[in-house]
Design a protein around this ligand. Structure first.
Ligand code: S3P
Length: 175
């Protein structure tokens, strides 16, 4: 069965939702950031510091290519995966893209903790976080289904993704 691919801005809830969803469905959970950290044996912050963002993006694309044959998995992507079309094309070959749509104000609140381990937001003002989100909006729009998270419990979000996925897979089977 096709993978469930979660996209969305940093701190939108992809990892929390993804691991709970995978658990619920008996699917494998794959966290792209975690694979990058394992591959490089460094934290995301250290990769950005020592090698730069461009290098990080190259590894990110390689990791996505590596997992592209997987099936029956929930894949949580990093917030910048959407920026390269090749990443999205690869993920879509065997997956359905769900954009986790969390309002930027809620995200800024979550990110206001002083150190979140995210090089693009730590020590950065709320306005810059908001601007990056706005610049990226057109990339996040490259989704198959959009899941709003505001005022919903984790259980509600999981059920919504699961139901949407089941219907989508069912429809694909009939086409
Ligand atoms: C990034 C998001 C991060 C991580 C890296 C870059 C981004 O993942 O991949 O810090 O460019 O949005 P999360 O979305 O899990 O925070």
């Amino acid at each position: 069965m096709k993978n469930i691919v979660l996209t969305g801005y940093m701190a939108s809830g992809k990892t929390t939702i993804g691991s709970a969803l995978a658990n619920n469905m008996g699917y494998r959970f794959i966290d792209v950031d975690k694979l990058i950290v394992e591959h490089e044996k460094k934290t995301i912050n250290d990769i950005f510091d020592s090698m730069g963002e461009k290098y990080f993006r190259e590894i990110e694309t390689q990791v996505i290519e590596k997992i592209s044959d997987t099936e029956n998995a929930v894949i949580a992507t990093g917030g910048g995966v959407v920026l390269k079309k090749i990443n999205m094309d690869t993920l879509r070959k065997n997956g359905i893209i769900f954009f986790i749509d969390t309002p930027i104000d809620a995200i800024i609140k979550r990110l206001s903790r002083s150190n979140t381990g995210r090089p693009l937001v730590d020590n950065v003002g709320a306005e810059q976080i908001r601007e990056r989100y706005e610049r990226r909006q057109k990339y996040y729009n490259n989704y198959d289904y959009r899941i709003e998270t505001q005022n919903k419990t984790l259980g509600m979000i999981i059920n919504e993704i699961k139901n949407t996925y089941t219907q989508a897979v069912d429809k694909l089977g009939k086409d």
